[in-house]
Design a protein around this ligand. Structure first.
Ligand code: ZN
Length: 281
């Protein structure tokens, strides 16, 4: 192998495996939908990786590098990934920045930004991603649109599965760590009775916690769910001396492997963990 060829190989192996258009998603659920829409055309990158959460993420040098190289960036919007507001101001209009929480047809509930937990929203987001990518990469336009249609059909099947899974706990109240489950709760008709904090970026007030504890203690059976990143001690304090059980919910899929299947695993895991806690003997 010539020296030049060896160098080329080294470059290929060390660079990011960008698609024809470099695409970055803010969080794993959006990355999963983008990965499914882009299948066969390339792979997107993700900023909030591993056990991270958009609520506590701060921009790393590697994130800044990805953003500076991106042609398309998908995020929920400025009230959700607050860590991206400033860096986007510095991007200088190079990338197409698409706030999917504001995509036409995306259902919004209050200030809850976790729009992907309604499967109808996930389909709207996938279609919006396909249109953005078709514009940025016309050579693959048909592939993006076909992939989005196939993804929507898969999400419909997932929805049927999750509806069946949740049927037994529809009338059972439960409590969650932060205000992340309005979409999941409303779509599946669940009784999400309260949350510890509206936003993990702001701690819960003492009076709110006192009120919550009284509400939990008054119920013959319920569950209080922590999240992998947040406050297991607080959840323990709320359930101690009551009949409530505790569990864990992971609305960003922080414990799941990234990729096109993450969205499906995330929705199944949420449903499974809610049912397991609420039906435990
Ligand atoms: Zn959240």
């Amino acid at each position: 192998m010539s020296k030049a060829l060896a160098l080329l190989w080294a470059c290929l192996w060390t660079s990011v495996a960008w698609a024809d258009v470099p695409v970055v998603a803010s969080i794993k659920p959006l990355h999963a939908l983008a990965a499914a829409v882009m299948e066969g055309a390339g792979s997107p990158e993700v900023l909030v990786k591993g056990a991270g959460s958009a609520h506590i993420h701060s921009l790393k040098p590697s994130d800044a590098k990805l953003l500076s190289e991106a042609a398309v960036v998908f995020w929920i919007g400025p009230t959700f990934e607050t860590f991206l507001v400033r860096p986007f101001g510095a991007l200088g209009g190079k990338a197409r920045i698409v706030a999917l929480g504001d995509a036409p047809g995306t259902k919004r509930i209050g200030t809850d930004g976790h729009v992907w937990l309604d499967p109808a929203n996930a389909k709207v987001i996938a279609a919006a991603m396909a249109e953005t990518l078709a514009g940025a990469d016309p050579a693959n336009a048909a592939r993006y649109r076909t992939n989005a249609r196939e993804l929507a059909a898969k999400i419909d099947m997932l929805d049927v599965e999750v509806i069946a899974k949740l049927a037994s706990i529809k009338d059972k109240p439960f409590f969650v760590f932060h205000d992340a489950y309005q979409y999941f709760g409303e779509h599946y008709g669940l009784d999400v009775r309260g949350h510890v904090t509206a936003n993990p970026e702001r701690p819960a007030g003492a009076r709110h916690l006192q009120h919550l504890k009284a509400e939990i203690a008054a119920l013959p059976s319920t569950c209080v769910f922590a999240e992998p990143q947040f406050e297991p001690k607080l959840i323990a304090a709320l359930t101690v001396g009551t009949r409530a059980r505790s569990g864990v919910l992971d609305p960003e899929g922080s414990g799941l492997a990234p990729g096109p299947e993450l969205y499906f695993n995330l929705m199944r895991e949420l449903a499974g963990n809610i049912v397991r806690c609420l039906t435990a003997p």
